[in-house]
Write a protein that binds this ligand. Structure first.
Ligand code: F6R
Length: 615
């Protein structure tokens, strides 16, 4: 949430900052702003825009005056937390004199008490944000005679909450100061240039010399020098970040939007993720875990923690883990787990699932699990992300950067990886026979080809969706492995098309929600030929009897299912536990088409940001 970029040492600062903001826009698009220090001594120039849809473009308006000799500069694209998405609340925020500018991602939890104290001391606040106090705190410390980095260190010591900060000061034009706690921040270097950004994608066009900044560390970035210290001022060594993504991976590559591109990248995202996981004899390879088979077999329980689409992947994984590895497994919403006083301990393997590796709820849930003695594994797509660094072990989905706000290719890659891991656990526990293992491994390896078969039908999916583009209420039903699929289909429709979409386990409808079904209700049901197909179809009959229109995700050539429903989104048949990797594809396309038909931008769904770094 919120994207930050900073640079120093470039005469082309404005262009680089704006392009960086465009790349970071998926982190939030409520407003944008840039502040650049003038090396000729006229202070900091700051421009901001809260014009929805073209805030970053506004910053390129030729009528705006910027320093001719730019020093350090910072930029920000906002997802509003504290304060409405207005011009005054847009970042960068300034101190009383305008000599200090700050951009921030995260939440300063004690901002009210800090603001009250600062106002009592004579500072005046000009925004409703939690961020502005940081500029005034640094001002206060700087006025007391502290050097910039010391002033930032002193300010940071007063902050509670999670934050990534980047600061420029008029009296040291080439200096960028950055600090973080929990929220992500990456440092980059080039020939006589220094960079700071919220994520790798924003810096890749300029440099691959990247470093991570640790919790409660302060970086002083100058054109030819980076100095990192802890909150006591002790020197800290920079940790390099190895990046395999290339620049093109973070661009649209000829597609209309990132979501379409990423939907089409799903076969390769899953194939890359599974690469090297299975040997010819069916055994699995998860060597990077650093856990032997006997260590894995010793866990009494597996708990998956995640949010949103990653939670749906975790739900599929928990079912597969129990089915194949015969070990108690459950999936929990990370934001609830953290506060519910869960009873876990060293006998529990906790797997956190997070595309970004940054979602603050999942991160804190993971920290809580670690505190209680659990072994933690992070499943993430982002190398060097906070969760990847803090977990006991990491498994990477190799999906390439996912920019579209709604998760698609990472969701499928997560399920594929976690299902392979379920088989790995099954081998470790000695509960799977060779034939079942070979069958399951082969089915997983086949999924990229089956996703491609789905993508060949994309126009069919779109044309079914067009028929329901005006509908405002949908119900998504599934049972067992079909339930996480229903949840994901409903979430995609909600977040992209802004229509109500409720997902239920199909058998649960008659315990209450069926009261809502009347002629005109649209029910999307996962009706592939799993072991529960007959029960699912009995539930469908109950909906039809009350006048609902039924759209089924059904297998190609399944005339029987087709004859019982009003429309079909057809998918190739696969093994039951691979079905979430296949059956979600038409539902992604369904939501996309309805969103487009309603005039919504699928890459920028309202009120959302790609990475949720605030609670
Ligand atoms: C929905 C979506 C979100 C994320 C959720 C978790 O399309 O993308 O629900 O899945 O915010 O994000 P990560 O996986 O980065 O922890």
């Amino acid at each position: 949430m919120c994207g930050i970029i900073g640079l120093t040492g470039s005469s082309d600062a404005l262009r680089i900052l704006r392009e960086g903001l465009e790349t970071l826009e998926y982190r939030g698009y409520d407003s944008a702003g840039i502040a650049i220090v003038d090396r000729d001594g006229s202070g900091i120039t700051r421009h901001r825009s809260a014009e929805q849809g073209h805030a970053i473009a506004d910053l390129g308006d030729p009528s705006l005056v910027w320093p001719v000799s730019p020093g350090a500069g910072i930029g920000h694209t906002r997802w509003a937390t504290h304060g409405a998405p207005t011009h005054d609340n847009a970042h960068p925020h300034a101190d009383c004199t305008g000599a200090i500018s700050v951009v921030h991602n995260g939440i300063i939890e004690n901002h009210r008490e800090l603001a009250a104290a600062l106002v009592a001391e004579g500072h005046s606040m000009s925004s409703a944000t939690d961020t502005e106090v940081v500029a005034h705190l640094i001002e206060r410390e700087h006025l007391r005679g502290l050097a910039p980095a010391d002033a930032v260190r002193s300010a940071v010591r007063e902050l509670r909450g999670d934050f990534a900060l980047c600061i420029v000061l008029a009296d040291e034009p080439d200096l960028l100061v950055a600090a973080r706690r929990t929220s992500p921040l990456i440092i980059g270097t080039g020939p006589s240039v220094g960079y700071v950004a919220s994520d790798i994608a924003a810096l890749l066009p300029m440099t691959r010399e990247l470093f991570t900044l640790g919790d409660d560390e302060v970086a002083e970035v100058r054109p030819n020098e980076i100095r990192v210290t802890d909150l006591e001022g002790g020197l800290v060594e920079l940790s390099p970040l190895r990046v395999t993504w290339d620049v093109r991976a973070a661009q649209k590559g000829g597609y209309d939007d990132f979501m379409t591109k990423e939907i089409h990248e799903q076969p390769s995202a899953v194939a890359e993720t599974l690469l090297g996981r299975f040997a010819d004899d069916g055994t699995t390879d998860f060597e990077e875990l650093g856990l032997t088979r006997s260590q894995l077999a010793a866990f009494h329980r597996v708990v998956f923690l995640a949010c949103g689409s990653s939670y749906h992947a975790a739900l599929s994984a928990s079912l597969a883990t129990e089915h194949f590895a015969r070990v108690p497994a459950s999936a929990e919403v990370a934001s609830e787990f953290r506060y519910r006083g869960a009873v876990i301990g060293p006998e529990t393997l906790v797997v956190v699932v997070s595309q970004s590796g940054e979602s603050v709820d999942t991160l804190h849930a993971m920290r809580e699990a670690k505190l209680q003695g659990a072994t933690t594994v992070a499943v993430t797509n982002v190398v060097g992300s906070v969760m990847a660094r803090e977990a006991d072990a990491v498994l990477y989905t190799r999906a390439g950067p996912e920019i579209g706000v709604a998760s698609t290719k990472c969701h499928l890659a997560q399920i594929a990886l976690l299902e392979a891991f379920a088989l790995h656990l099954a081998i470790a526990r000695g509960v799977i026979d060779a034939a079942s293992l070979t069958r399951a491994g082969a089915a997983l390896i086949e999924t990229p080809r089956l996703i491609t078969r789905c993508l060949d039908k994309i126009e069919e999916y779109f044309s079914v969706a067009q028929r329901y583009a005006d509908v405002n209420d949908f119900y998504f039903l599934g049972r067992r492995i079909g339930y996480p699929i229903a949840l994901e289909g409903a979430l995609k429709l909600k977040e992209l098309a802004y229509v109500r979409a409720e997902a239920y386990p199909a058998g649960e409808m008659k315990h209450g929600p069926i009261a809502l079904i009347e002629p005109g209700a649209i029910v999307v049901v996962v009706a592939t030929r799993t072991t529960l197909w007959e029960k699912v179809m009995a539930n469908v009959e109950e909906m039809r009897a009350r006048g609902a229109t039924i759209i089924a995700v059904a297998e190609e050539g399944d005339d029987e299912t087709e004859s019982l429903v009003d429309a079909v989104l057809s998918v190739p048949a696969t093994m039951e536990f691979c079905s979430p990797i296949i059956d979600v594809v038409p539902l992604q396309c369904f939501a996309y088409a309805i969103a487009r038909a309603r005039g919504n931008d699928p890459d920028r769904p309202r009120n959302l940001a790609k990475v949720v770094t605030v609670e």
